[in-house]
Design a binder for this molecule. Structure first.
Ligand SMILES: NC(=O)c1ccc[n+]([C@@H]2O[C@H](COP(=O)([O-])OP(=O)(O)OC[C@H]3O[C@@H](n4cnc5c(N)ncnc54)[C@H](O)[C@@H]3O)[C@@H](O)[C@H]2O)c1
Length: 267
């Protein structure tokens, strides 16, 4: 294993499957001890493409099989007390937190639904809980730890949807939640900068995860990739490369930034 993050401790939320699993594996390969956190550590069972990728019973077990250190924690991070307990468990196990990737999230409903004037308020609450609250609930206790250490790197996960509206005005609930994560992170960066802690955002575009690939195939991959300069879907590894930059000393003078990982998506 590369030693770039040897002796470091990372938390990755929503790491039971999909992009979060990729972040956890990447940080472990860089030498970090990784807390794999998810409300369902077997969430990969839901989608065939996620199931097929698994090489062990869960992401933490996969890391251990690679020779890394991992801690599996099942917690619903939309609950502030559970998030705080999770951070306590990580501190008990590893004694510090150097990197925290708040990746838990996702949308619900049809892409063209939830226009700004016709929001489903139950879905709005669900999506705010799943994205903004999980992020805030995790960042607050993590920030206290990092403040005490005078070091740390927080990476929050938004989306290109948090930067630009869809042309049909759909999926407003998700867009607004992901936009709020950007501003929350930028506020965090200002507050924690003097303490030596950075906070940045990754904003993925269309990433071919187990959850989304079947939908994209149904829509037609040519149609989906037409608006992408690189003419392909993004991969989990494309996102993990940017996480590697934001989690290591390569990004020490970078804070309050949003990095799009979208292959040059327009429209
Ligand atoms: N896949 C994409 O194309 C894409 C694009 C832009 C942004 N994103 C964002 O990237 C992140 C990961 O996306 P993905 O496609 O891998 O999603 P996914 O649905 O496959 O995985 C999300 C994981 O988060 C977990 N989770 C959800 N709510 C939680 C909660 N309250 N507490 C703890 N864990 C919770 C789920 O159990 C799941 O394992 C999400 O924040 C998503 O919004 C994804």
């Amino acid at each position: 294993m590369s030693a770039k993050l040897a002796g470091h401790v990372a938390i990755v939320t929503g790491a039971g499957r999909g992009i979060g699993r990729g972040y956890a594996l990447r940080l472990a390969r860089l030498g970090a001890a990784v807390a794999v956190v998810d409300r369902d550590l077997r969430s990969y069972e839901e989608f065939a493409a996620d199931r097929e990728l698994m090489t062990a019973a869960g992401t933490a077990e996969e890391i251990e099989a690679l020779g890394g250190r991992a801690l599996a924690i099942e917690a619903d991070l939309s609950d502030a007390r559970s998030a705080s307990q999770m951070v306590g468990q990580v501190m008990d196990a590893f004694g510090g937190i150097d990197v925290c990737v708040c990746n838990a999230g996702g949308g619900t409903g049809e892409l063209s639904g939830n226009t700004a004037s016709r929001l489903d308020l139950d879905q709005l609450t669900t999506v705010f809980d799943r994205n903004l609250l999980t992020t805030v609930n995790t960042c607050m206790p993590v920030a206290e730890v990092m403040r005490g250490q005078h070091s740390g790197k927080i990476v929050n996960v938004s989306s290109v949807s948090g930067l630009e509206p869809r042309s049909d005005g759909g999926y407003t609930h998700y867009a607004v939640a992901k936009a709020a994560i950007i501003m929350y992170t930028q506020c965090l960066a200002q507050e924690l900068g003097p303490e030596g802690v950075t906070a940045n955002v990754i904003a993925p575009g269309a990433i071919g995860t187990g959850r989304l690939l079947p939908k994209m195939r149904q829509q037609g991959l040519d149609e989906v990739t037409r608006g992408i300069a690189l003419r392909r879907l993004g991969t989990v590894e494309d996102c993990a490369g940017v996480i590697e930059f934001l989690a290591t000393n390569q990004s020490d003078y970078v804070t309050g930034q949003v990095i799009r990982v979208d292959g040059g998506l327009r429209g």
